[in-house]
Design a protein around this ligand. Structure first.
Ligand code: AMP
Length: 208
């Protein structure tokens, strides 16, 4: 099953994707994670992406499109994939369509995780991420529950940057909701509930 996740930053896309990956072995392709890994590894791509990410604005399309194409051709996507944080605007969505068409792959669902923007700023200020494996955890943990690594707060999860990211989401990414609704593959879940309640609905909606 091939899925695109839609929703504002902090809606819980990554958390739901982590669960789907664990339970169904889909390949989780999160462009934000790929960019943060490149940054950590000190690659040219990572250095180029850093200033955009720190400001909460989009990294240029050609950079992220290149990253996603590379991942899609990797073998572990054969069981299905979950794209998390991509596409984020209509030109990325068009590029994705073109790539999937050339690979003979179809998208099964665009899953929108809906959360009221007002609660996002609070949610993100208490989000922590593992420096080693990228796992997302809450303040309840002092180290990564998955690998024991150190947890840190992302620079772009500070309130000022979150507001900028929400603005960018609203102007650039939101139009994708209609884009996928017109295709008849949009599914929507209320992301304001507990992780497990949302996940139960996600599985229902996806027929899993
Ligand atoms: P995320 O982890 O999805 O919140 O992404 C963190 C940051 O990475 C974003 O604020 C952007 O700067 C950059 N980024 C991630 N995915 C994309 C994308 N598809 N297009 C452009 N920039 C992206």
């Amino acid at each position: 099953m091939n899925i695109v996740l839609l929703g504002a930053p902090g809606a819980g896309k990554g958390t739901q994707a982590q669960k789907l990956e664990t339970d169904f072995s889909f390949s989780h392709i999160a462009t934000g994670d790929l960019l943060r890994s490149a940054l950590k590894a000190g690659t040219d791509l990572g250095k180029k992406a850093k200033s955009y990410m720190d400001q909460g604005i989009f990294v240029p399309d050609e950079v992220v499109i290149g990253l996603v194409k590379e991942k899609l051709t990797e073998k572990d996507c054969q069981k299905g994939f979950i794209l998390d944080g991509f596409p984020r605007n209509t030109s990325q969505a068009d590029a994705l369509d073109e790539e999937l068409l050339s690979m003979g792959i179809t998208l099964d669902a665009a899953l929108l995780v809906s959360v009221n923007p007002e609660i996002i700023v609070n949610r993100l200020s208490s989000r922590r991420v593992c420096r080693d494996c990228g796992y997302t955890a809450s303040l309840d943990f002092t180290s990564c529950p998955k690998c024991g690594g150190e947890l840190y707060q992302r620079v772009d999860d500070k309130p000022e940057t979150v507001r900028q990211r929400l603005e960018v989401y609203s102007t650039q990414t939101k139009p994708l909701i209609e884009y996928y609704r017109e295709r008849g593959i949009l599914k929507e879940v209320n992301g304001e509930r507990s992780v497990d309640t949302v996940y139960a609905d996600v599985k229902d909606l996806l027929g899993l």
